[in-house]
Design a protein around this ligand. Structure first.
Ligand code: AHM
Ligand code: MG
Length: 349
């Protein structure tokens, strides 16, 4: 359960802690952290504040709907997708500490080192996840993942950001998301717990509401696009059949916007599944900027994330837009699913 905000920061500003103060205070506890890191994150907070206001006004101005183009994944590009991408590219790319950017909407890594920049951070993002839901007023979100350019020789020889960026999720130094819903919520981790902020529209700042979030170990709720279940692996079909037995007693919730489904699970527990299907044999979600950041967050909150046999954070990506099957959520719920995947079947009643 969420531990309410309190002691460590109250001495800085009683009663109110902004995300910027929180990051700076955390940095003070880590000697190796530098001010450039908090400046980088401020690029994300500025871009997402602007985006939150655009999402809210989407019906009032002409930014609903599609651009008429398709992105590198062959998906329809919504006008807000484009705007979100441009905003994040601009606000993060402007930071000198950033060496390269990668987005769901761009085919290749945007290499800022080509312009003489030597920034050590590599920032990946899904600018507007769930964007097909925009026109019907369903929540969307921005997901981000931050890696560090390896010292030459440590990771790949040659210093090419296109290969340097292909790091396993375990190497992330920060990750998070912003959920645009009834409230605009920012959740982040730098490997020191998961912290939640809400955008206070009156002061225009993300304000701390909970620190060191922990996902409940069990919750009998699963989240999946069950229309695809006919081509799920047999073990996943067996799991879903078991959840529907009277003894198991599960419920189902599926928004169809990953950030929204994930946020509910982080707060209340449960399991999100996007297994391989006939249409998407490697799963639908992208490893580097959807699965990895959420896996970092859920593990920090005491949960788990697998691709089936393997822990998501241990996967070494072969390409930027690689997809992965994903099973993520409460530790106990992931363990039950894993037992099905291993052919062990249902837990004892
Ligand atoms: P997107 O990044 O193109 O928006 O696609 C990802 C979205 C997720 O938000 C969501 O979990 C999933 O696709 C839903 O897929 P489906 O419509 O197949 O259930
Ligand atoms: Mg997405």
């Amino acid at each position: 359960m969420a531990e309410k905000s309190g002691s460590p920061y109250q001495e800085l500003l009683p009663g109110l802690v902004t995300v910027q103060q929180h990051i700076i205070a955390n940095q003070r506890r880590h000697a190796e952290a530098t001010g450039e890191f908090s400046f980088l994150l401020s690029g994300i907070t500025i871009a997402t504040k602007v985006l939150a206001s655009k999402v809210r006004k989407a019906g009032l101005v002409d930014i609903f709907g599609a651009t008429g183009e398709q992105n590198v994944q062959g998906e329809t590009v919504q006008k807000l997708d484009r705007m979100a991408n441009d905003l994040l590219m601009h606000c993060i790319g402007y930071r000198r500490s950033v060496g390269a950017l990668a987005s769901e909407e761009n085919e290749t890594v945007v290499d800022l080192t080509e312009t003489g920049r030597t920034g050590k951070y590599l920032v990946l993002f899904d600018p507007l996840d769930g964007s097909s839901n925009i026109d019907v007023n369903i929540p969307t979100g921005t997901i981000f993942s931050i890696l560090v350019r390896p010292e030459r020789g440590e990771w790949q020889q040659g210093g090419d950001v296109h290969t340097e960026i292909l790091q396993p999720g375990l190497k992330q130094v920060a990750a998070g998301y912003v959920l645009y819903s009834s409230a605009t919520t920012l959740v982040y981790t730098t490997g020191n717990g998961v912290h939640q902020f809400v955008l206070d529209p009156e002061i225009g700042a993300y304000v701390l509401v909970a620190e060191r979030l922990q996902v409940p170990a069990r919750k009998k709720v699963y989240s999946v696009n069950e229309a695809n279940s006919g081509t799920f692996p047999k073990e996943v079909q067996d799991y879903l059949a078991w959840t529907k037995t009277e003894a198991a007693g599960y419920s189902s919730r599926y928004v169809g916007s990953f950030v929204a489904d994930f946020h509910r699970i982080l707060m209340q527990g449960g399991l999100f599944l996007y297994p391989p299907t006939a249409k998407a044999p490697s799963g639908k979600l992208r490893l580097m900027y959807e699965a990895n950041p959420m896996a970092f967050l859920i593990e920090q909150a005491g949960g788990a994330a697998l691709d089936g046999p393997q822990r998501i954070l241990e996967k070494t990506p072969k390409k930027l837009h690689e997809r992965t099957p994903l099973y993520i959520g409460s530790k106990g719920e992931v363990a039950i699913l894993q037992a099905f995947l291993q052919g062990k079947g249902a837990p004892p009643a």
